[in-house]
Design a binder for this molecule. Structure first.
Ligand SMILES: Cc1cc2nc3c(=O)[nH]c(=O)nc-3n(C[C@H](O)[C@H](O)[C@H](O)COP(=O)(O)OP(=O)(O)OC[C@H]3O[C@@H](n4cnc5c(N)ncnc54)[C@H](O)[C@@H]3O)c2cc1C
Length: 677
């Protein structure tokens, strides 16, 4: 925490030096010089000669008494102390004297000062017409100045706090990853992983709660908690400078609190969008997985929605207290805010039901988020006209989103239009061979497959599937019955069960064809309810395919550099772990398959290299506990575990590895490649 706070502080100090006009306090000044702004604030509503057809600012620009009063106030109040530079005063004068850039004053500041003869004797009276240079009351001027300074100070804080949240949000994964490169970090990380990173909360993670949401792991919860605590803390601290004035009312305080909630929500927005991206830069700058970022996307979105609701409630109470609720709600900027609020609320709410109709969810989610962003833009634009830099957050969100979409397009174009040959593997699975794709055989890769001809009315539809380089599938076990059944804990432990153990009969000892090139990838697709079902019932075996990929969930390096690699998988999950068996010399594979999916086993089991120990079980389950205990008993020092299968299996493996990691002397590396996000 201390390190994080320090990192945030350093980033902030660096940002403070940036000469760009980004945020208030970082290139944008609101009321500087405040002595001059306070002068104008006191007489802004002064009664001057002004025809009803002219704008107030135009009249002020031409009103001698108004300009000389303002110039004299600036001269006497700004000098000698706090003494803004002459250039500053002139700059202020030319733009702000009338409050309208398009209505510059008819005299320069010095000229207006020179037109004042001695010390004015008349005092400013807002009720009577200003006909000569008048003196402003010191109390009024001071109150206006203090209020402006307090307001600017608050704005500077908003900008800093929003940036802090954003920087801590993106900096934490980068920093924690960087720490793993320090000397002795390995010892610490071996200790931390089974205690903080791997454990689940309430033993569930991949399995959704009530089909609605996923619980974070302990490590993920720590991050969510960090951002939540930081957000709440930064919403609540540092209002001290507002209280000294007698003039600060409850509504004033609510105004500041409302603004702060609004701006802090803006900082959470780019984080939320960044975490959802397939091409999230943090995937390259940190060792956190894509599935972790997707989970964080949802939790940070919930936090963002909470802060936005808070913002709306505070504004509602403020307007009601001030008796101007009806008037405010009639304003366009408030209406855009309400549109944004509802769009955000619906986007977060409907995401919980995505499993009931993923495509509908996806399209509505994008539309709702666009409405939310556009609503927020107009909410800010109509209220602040880009004067305070809030629009930077919208630019950032758009940049992150478009960057992701552009890189996706680039990936699809790079792979190009491909021919996909589809063949049925039993009743539930199809094999899709996509020719001419030249991707490395790195394990743990998936890609988004477009098959526009399958559902012509939704050609944009694309879904993630694990990719296997086709040449890996053409290998055949040379020796029949080579698997090491004796060492397989499941076979000895449950040999008496009625499970159908078919692996042994399935080996094809001869290569049917030798694949001489590494080009071409294959995906195995299990029938679900959407496009995968349509694919099964489609008559044509040849399709045009586009591919967005390859992507990886996380680096496979840690598991692949372990002494021993254990792979757990269930059903179609084999496609997620298959490339691992070719990438490690000491592998044991546990694959459980439901009765009825024998064809998949027949298709894939013979492709396993001879050195792979295996426990393939059709109609039964491998005992995860026994399998892991056996590795501990075998005395391996460093064991990598990869699991890809149903949520229950993924969670059990995770929980067991975490328990053993805390108890046994073995060092574990865990990689969960779930098919469920
Ligand atoms: C990283 C990853 C790798 C995968 N690899 C394979 C594989 O090799 N073989 C295989 O058969 N399946 C794989 N899946 C699952 C596969 O993506 C879904 O089965 C497929 O998207 C279902 O399509 P459908 O239109 O039939 O979905 P539906 O029947 O509409 O939905 C079925 C389920 O799939 C989920 N789903 C649907 N579309 C998507 C999407 N675009 N992104 C994420 N989830 C979605 C839904 O939430 C729902 O739970 C993988 C999933 C992920 C996340």
């Amino acid at each position: 925490m201390v390190a994080l706070a320090l990192a945030a502080k350093i980033c902030l100090s660096l940002l403070a030096l940036t000469p760009v006009q980004a945020f208030v306090g970082m290139g944008i000044n609101m009321y500087n010089p405040s002595c001059a702004y306070a002068c104008r604030s006191v007489i802004a509503g002064a009664s001057i000669e002004c025809p009803s057809s002219a704008a107030t600012s135009t009249c002020q620009a031409r009103s001698g008494p108004f300009l000389t009063t303002l110039a004299y106030c600036i001269k006497t109040r700004c000098y000698p102390d706090p003494n803004p530079s002459r250039e500053q005063i002139e700059a202020y004068w030319s733009i702000e004297a009338t409050g309208d850039e398009d209505a510059p004053p008819m005299w320069g500041w010095q000229e207006a000062v020179d037109r004042v003869n001695g010390t004015p004797s008349a005092k400013y009276d807002p009720k009577s017409k200003m006909r000569e240079t008048v003196l402003l009351d010191q109390k009024d001027w001071l109150a206006a100045k203090q209020k402006m300074e307090a307001s600017e100070y608050q704005q500077v804080l908003y900008a800093r706090y929003a940036l802090t949240i954003f920087l801590v949000g993106i900096g934490t994964p980068i920093l924690l990853t960087a720490l793993t490169y320090l000397p002795y970090s390995r010892v610490i990380s071996d200790w931390v992983r089974p205690r903080l990173i791997y454990p689940t909360l309430f033993r569930r993670h991949v399995q959704p709660v009530l089909y609605l949401f996923h619980l974070p792991t302990l490590g993920q919860s720590t991050y969510i908690l960090l951002i939540t605590i930081l957000t709440i803390t930064l919403l609540l601290v540092d209002y001290g400078n507002l209280f000294p004035f007698r003039t600060s009312t409850e509504a004033d305080i609510l105004n500041y609190l409302g603004m702060r909630t609004g701006i802090i929500a803006m900082a959470l927005l780019p984080l939320t969008i960044l975490f959802a991206g397939r091409n999230n830069l943090l995937l390259y700058l940190s060792n956190w997985s894509h599935s972790t970022y997707l989970l964080l996307h949802r939790w940070i979105a919930r936090l963002c929605l909470f802060v936005i609701i808070l913002h709306s409630l505070i504004e509602f109470v403020r307007y009601t207290l001030q008796g101007r609720y009806a008037a405010e709600v009639a304003k366009t900027y408030v209406q855009w805010g309400i549109v944004g609020l509802f769009a955000c609320f619906l986007a977060v709410l409907t995401a919980h039901f995505r499993r009931w109709g993923y495509e509908l969810f996806l399209i509505s989610h994008i539309v709702l988020v666009v409405i939310f962003i556009v609503g927020t833009w107009y909410h800010l634009e109509l209220k602040f006209q880009r004067e305070r830099g809030y629009q930077q957050w919208i630019y950032l969100c758009s940049a992150i989103w478009f960057f992701d979409r552009l890189v996706r397009l680039g990936r699809v174009l790079r792979t190009g239009r491909r021919k996909a040959v589809v063949s049925k593997i039993g009743d539930e699975v199809v094999r899709v061979d996509i020719e001419g794709v030249r991707w490395s055989a790195t394990p743990g890769q998936h890609a988004y497959l477009f098959l526009p001809a399958v559902r012509k009315w939704a050609p944009w539809e694309n879904h993630p599937f694990s990719v296997i380089p086709t040449h890996l599938l053409q290998k055949r076990c040379a020796e029949k019955g080579e698997m090491d059944e004796k060492n397989s804990p499941q076979t000895s432990a449950s040999a008496s069960t009625a499970d159908l153990e078919i692996a042994r009969q399935l080996h094809t000892p001869v290569l049917s064809s030798i694949h001489t090139t590494p080009s071409g990838v294959t995906v195995f697709i299990k029938r679900n309810k959407g496009i995968t079902a349509a694919l099964h019932s489609h008559a044509s075996p040849v399709f045009t395919a586009l591919m967005d990929g390859p992507y990886r969930n996380t680096s496979s390096r840690p598991v692949l550099t372990s002494d021993r690699l254990i792979l757990f998988t269930g059903g179609i999950g084999i496609t997620g772990v298959l490339p691992f068996v070719h990438a490690h010399p000491n592998v044991k594979l546990f694959w459980s398959v439901r009765a009825g999916q024998e064809a998949l086993v027949e298709e894939l089991e013979p492709t396993l290299p001879a050195h792979v120990e295996r426990g393939v079980r059709v109609g039964g389950r491998n005992s995860i506990e026994a399998a892991l205990e056996a590795e501990v008993a075998a005395g391996w020092k460093n064991v990598g575990v990869v699991v890809c299968g149903p949520g229950k299996m993924c969670d059990e493996v995770r929980n067991r590895v975490a328990e053993l990691g805390r108890r046994a002397a073995v060092k574990w590396e865990l990689d969960v490649e779930a098919f469920l996000w």
